[in-house]
Design a protein around this ligand. Structure first.
Ligand SMILES: [Mg+2]
Length: 219
């Protein structure tokens, strides 16, 4: 089988190690630009709590700015700061990720399709010292929707759709395109995957080791 992995919040713990500093930077940028808050620490707790319930950071800041009755232009200021690549933070593997990848690589083909800025995503892979030779393809997608990349990998490797499994934490952008192509889907319930609503993956897991029996069952 061919197993296609997402990276952020599927193999590495982006939610806990990168999201909070990014969110804080966005808040600080709004405060620097004149957004009135009584207490920056309390404001950050508010932003962080909102972020547990929203689909993305834009929605988080929009609700926060709305709650404050402030001008909506602050949202873009926050997002620009949020999206600036962080050079120094190394995001570690999620528990079991390295072992699961190495185990599956012995009997299956593997690929990575990750969304984001090319240099940032490549650096995340380097930082965890993920062995690139274990993957037949590593793609950084500029678009959220990964369908064209899944099709490309399918064409290049020759695997039929029902012999391909895609695993990711974002149902809409990681899994829905795979489902539409007839591939198997595994929802990793981490990061936003924990709070995402209206999802209908074939399988759902909370720990990567749960992937092993699923793959064995499909193979
Ligand atoms: Mg992800």
């Amino acid at each position: 089988m061919l197993i296609i992995f997402d990276v952020d919040d599927t193999l590495i713990d982006t939610w806990n190690y990168s999201m909070q500093p990014q969110l804080k930077r966005g808040l600080n940028a709004m405060v620097d630009a004149g957004l009135q808050v009584d207490d920056v620490n309390a404001a950050f707790r508010e932003v962080s709590a909102l972020n547990d319930t929203t689909a993305n950071a834009t929605e988080t800041y929009s609700q926060f700015v709305g709650n404050k009755g402030a001008d909506t232009t602050f949202v873009q200021i926050a997002m620009d700061a949020y999206n600036t690549p962080i050079e120094s933070i190394a995001i570690p593997f999620l528990d079991g990720a390295k072992e699961v990848v190495e185990t599956l690589s012995k009997t299956h083909s593997l690929a990575l399709v990750t969304h984001g800025v090319e240099a940032t995503q490549q650096r995340k892979i380097d930082n965890v010292e993920l062995d690139r030779s274990l993957f037949v393809s590593i793609i950084v997608s500029k678009k959220y929707d990964k369908k064209e990349h899944y099709q490309k990998i399918m064409g290049e490797t020759g695997f039929a759709a029902d012999k391909i499994v895609v695993i990711g934490d974002k149902f809409k952008s990681d899994l829905l395109p795979a489902k539409e192509l007839g591939m198997h889907t595994v929802h990793m319930k981490w990061g936003r995957g924990k709070v995402e609503k209206n999802v209908s993956p074939e399988f759902s897991i909370s720990h990567l080791r749960e992937l092993l029996p699923i793959i064995e069952g499909l193979a």
